[in-house]
Design a protein around this ligand. Structure first.
Ligand SMILES: *[C@@H]1O[C@H](CO)[C@@H](O)[C@H](O)[C@H]1NC(C)=O
Ligand SMILES: *[C@@H]1O[C@H](CO)[C@@H](O)[C@H](O)[C@H]1NC(C)=O
Ligand SMILES: *[C@@H]1O[C@H](CO)[C@@H](O)[C@H](O)[C@H]1NC(C)=O
Ligand SMILES: *[C@@H]1O[C@H](CO)[C@@H](O)[C@H](O)[C@H]1NC(C)=O
Ligand SMILES: [Fe+2]
Length: 450
């Protein structure tokens, strides 16, 4: 009699291997994260695992990002590796007047193999115009709106997003009011090496990330280094969340810049977890990028990074300090208006600062790491409150930055509530480029460098 081994016989073996290769690293990584906590957090929301309910060849995890002034990069995943990397689009539903072919990538992480990750750069596109598009020649239709090429323009700003019930409620509040571009200063999926959670995250955010460009930079949860086997990290992040680094003269997906509202706003995405010292490629790129800005035509400069340089929460104290020491003079010398960070799971807004002192020509610093991740909130603050800290609160929420014109922007922070969100902090900011005092007195050492 023939002895046959149905697939289920293999299950115990694969399960054992899976336990070893997924969960052992996971436990080690969790242990590393747990040991950095010396503070109590509010109960986090339950993790939402978003299932795949389309066919293997249909696009999933569709998201878009700006790629140069009049192009958009469309990214999606198919389980079918034969699916084509094409995007068809047009300005009316179902009428695709243009088809563009792009390319694809994929990666493996222990026993996990990603689907086919497609990247297609489409354009030229008209500003403030709605486009209807389809990925891979089949499947559902999506649409997005190109940002306007003039003021006003509005950003939604969300850090440390994760994929919990809180994430869902934050995203719902973001969607409840229109905006043009989504900015994320790091910590996206909290997959932490469990690769299927990257797919789940992609599916959770698709309804929002396929409609407006998502511009992100990396946080510590994107690193996913495993000693010897994956020593460089960012495997999943770089494959899935490709940003316009080549378009901005950067050699790394971990830092880049782009312009919005024509060239009215220059946004710089820095990498807290790649080298930033004065001899690093990132530092030299930043120097060069800042030197190219003409503040007469570009009144606003905004920076995003993950680990905050200023922080009065007891969580993650000092983690952004060496980067601050390396790069603060460059940013302040270039009269950067605003610096967003995440990492600390709470909201905090500072006054204008340079080198730990209030300085009317320095950037305003905002920590917005309260998108909804599974680790919960960072509840404890240093006392007494620093006079540099204008507002601080450990609640989940998101921010909105509305740039009205060359001189004025309005920033607001929206705390999540049961069914709606509530504006808990807001402030008007004036561009430093409009201040003759600040533009006239840059430190002389910086003039030489820039
Ligand atoms: C995709 O195309 C871009 C630009 O043409 C290129 O830089 C990139 O290396 C390509 N990626 C892959 C995976 O072939
Ligand atoms: C997440 O939000 C969407 C849309 O707001 C909703 O349809 C879905 O049921 C929510 N999921 C959970 C688990 O709350
Ligand atoms: C810019 O917007 C602000 C706020 O609405 C307004 O007070 C100011 O007059 C505007 N400036 C210009 C030049 O339009
Ligand atoms: C939600 O909104 C209500 C009514 O505005 C308010 O009383 C309550 O404190 C809010 N809850 C949170 C968590 O902000
Ligand atoms: Fe973080």
């Amino acid at each position: 009699m023939e002895i046959r081994c149905p697939r289920t016989c293999l299950l115990p073996l694969t399960t054992a291997a899976a336990v070893f290769f997924f969960f052992v690293p996971q436990i080690l990584i969790q242990f590393a994260y747990a040991s950095e906590k010396g503070y109590t957090r509010q109960p986090p929301g339950r993790i939402i695992f978003t299932k795949h309910d389309r066919s293997e060849s249909e696009p999933q995890q569709v998201h878009i990002s700006l790629a140069g002034s009049d192009h958009m990069r469309v990214t999606w995943v198919t389980e079918d590796h034969k699916a084509h990397s094409i995007v068809e689009y047009g300005t009316a539903p179902g009428q695709y007047t243009t088809m563009i072919r792009g390319n694809h990538t994929s990666y493996t992480y222990f026993f996990y193999s990603s689907g086919k990750i497609h990247h297609v750069k489409i354009g030229p596109l008209e500003p403030a115009t709605t486009y209807y598009y389809r990925c891979g020649g089949s499947g559902p239709e999506f649409s997005f709106k190109m940002p306007p090429s003039t003021f006003p323009i509005e950003f939604a700003v969300v850090g440390d997003l994760g994929q919990t019930e809180w994430t869902n409620s934050t995203l719902k509040h973001v969607e409840s009011k229109d905006y043009d571009v989504f900015l994320l200063p790091g910590d996206l999926s909290y997959a932490d090496s469990q690769q299927p959670l990257w797919d789940s995250f992609g599916r959770l955010v698709e309804p929002i990330a396929s409609r407006r460009p998502w511009m992100v930079t990396e946080g510590n949860h994107e690193i996913e280094i495993f000693p010897i086997i994956y020593p460089h990290g960012f495997k999943a992040y770089n494959a899935r969340w490709r940003m316009p680094y080549e378009e901005s003269g950067s050699e790394s997906n971990l830092y880049y810049s782009f312009d919005v509202a024509g060239d009215g706003i220059h946004i710089i995405m820095l990498g807290s977890y790649t080298k930033f010292g004065s001899d690093s490629a990132q530092y030299k790129w930043l120097q060069h990028d800042l030197a190219k800005i003409d503040r007469k035509t570009t009144p606003w400069v905004i920076v995003l990074l993950h680990a905050p340089w200023y922080n009065t929460n007891t969580a993650h104290q000092g983690e952004g300090e060496s980067m601050r020491k390396a790069m603060e003079e460059l940013l302040c010398g270039a009269r950067v208006d605003l610096v967003f960070a995440g990492h600390v799971h709470a909201y905090e807004r500072f006054t204008r600062i340079y080198d730990n002192e209030a300085d009317s020509c320095g950037p305003v610093y905002v920590t917005i790491g309260d998108g909804g991740n599974r680790e919960g909130l960072a509840m404890s603050y240093k006392e007494p409150a620093s006079p540099l800290s204008m507002f601080r609160e450990a609640s989940f929420g998101h921010g909105r930055l509305r740039v009205l014109n060359h001189t004025h922007m309005h920033w607001s922070w929206h705390r999540n509530n049961e069914t709606n969100s509530v504006v808990a902090d807001e402030v008007w900011l004036e561009s430093l480029s409009a201040s003759s005092t600040c533009m006239g007195q840059q430190p002389s050492s910086l003039k030489d460098e820039l």
